[in-house]
Design a protein around this ligand. Structure first.
Ligand code: AMP
Length: 322
């Protein structure tokens, strides 16, 4: 059994289909038979979100999304980063062994700088807080997107720097898990589905919104009765969500063409999505009105992780003398 953790920043709206298929469900599969946790990185979000009510709301929404995806009785510990009070202490201890030159190499603040965003000190030292979030709980494996590989490497460097400074193997070096099998889902304009392109289909969008967004999917100019190439954007999404029978039916209709236009295909796609997402959408609706339950799940997650970090910090505090 391995210890896994992943973090998610509560900086935006609900998850979209790309997040679900590319990150949320793969983590759920990885978690099976292992000890897994997800922290909602509200402290990390402070670098950009400057509205407490909004941050609280978004944090709750992330928890709701994950509970809907995994089921209310999931074994995955879902918790708020800020509910683990020892994280900032560990962050400081780790900052005290982290070379300035290491932070200067981080892509994250250079990217933010490139985009003209505000660079505050937390943006700059972000990888140290991320290291604390991982090293605190003796994590073995962290699933990461390609953009996070460097940060995980830094967490390993920081673990080594601490262990060297104090002459003891206190922190375990986590390994990265890069999900290879996942395809990139296209958005309505054919580019990668992404919040920043505003081309996404939200997992919890209401039916009317989904219908409208599916209507906007960019397609070819083949006529109603022409055969249609299978590399079209409607099929690309149907492929991921349809049952094999339903998909082969759609494939047949596209290949024949006759009387099957993109409008028909879009209506089919809406049905396919609603069917495939029904269980998760139903769980979402049920939990949406039960914020007390969601909050209790977050507290339970925090209790488990606090116990872990308290045990770790006993060793750390003894060594560092603070
Ligand atoms: P983001 O919030 O855009 O950083 O997305 C979080 C994670 O969701 C990424 O690390 C990917 O694993 C996954 N993801 C996002 N967009 C897509 C997409 N269009 N197709 C597949 N996976 C995606």
């Amino acid at each position: 059994m391995k210890h896994l953790i992943t973090g998610v920043k509560p900086t935006g709206s609900s998850i979209h289909l790309g997040n679900l298929m590319g990150a949320v469900l793969p983590f759920g599969r990885l978690a099976e038979g292992n000890d897994a946790a997800i922290f909602i990185a509200d402290l990390h979000a402070l670098t950009s979100v400057k509205n407490g009510d909004l941050l609280r709301k978004q944090t709750h929404e992330v928890a709701l999304n994950y509970l809907a995806a995994y089921g209310a009785d999931t074994d995955i510990a879902i918790f708020r980063q800020s509910d683990v009070a020892l994280i900032p202490k560990l962050n400081w201890i780790l900052a005290s062994v982290t070379p300035y030159s290491l932070m200067l190499r981080a892509h994250s603040f250079k990217d933010a700088e490139g985009k003209g965003a505000e660079i505050n000190m937390a943006t700059f030292t972000y990888p140290i807080l991320m290291a604390a979030d991982i090293l605190a709980y003796d994590i073995d494996v962290v699933p990461v997107g390609k953009d996070q590989i460097q940060h995980l490497e830094m967490a390993r460097d920081i673990a080594r720097a601490f262990n060297k400074a104090y002459g003891q193997d206190v922190f375990k070096e986590p390994s990265a898990h890069v999900e290879k099998s996942v395809e990139t889902l296209p958005g309505t304009d054919g580019r990668k589905m992404s919040k920043s392109y505003d081309n996404f289909l939200g997992v919890f969008d209401d039916e009317k919104t989904l219908k409208k967004k599916i209507g906007q999917i960019v397609t070819g100019s083949e006529g109603l009765d022409d055969p249609k190439p299978l590399d079209n954007n409607v099929y690309a999404l149907a492929k991921v969500f349809a049952t094999p029978e339903r998909l082969s039916e759609m494939r047949g209709k596209f290949e024949r063409g006759t009387g099957y236009g993109y409008g028909h295909a879009k209506a089919d796609l809406l049905e396919i999505l609603l069917d495939s997402l029904a269980p998760i959408r139903e769980r979402y609706s049920a939990l949406k009105d039960d914020s007390a339950f969601v909050e209790e799940k977050l507290r339970a997650g925090a209790r488990k992780m606090n116990a872990r970090i308290e045990a770790k910090m006993e060793v750390v505090s003894k060594l560092v003398g603070a």
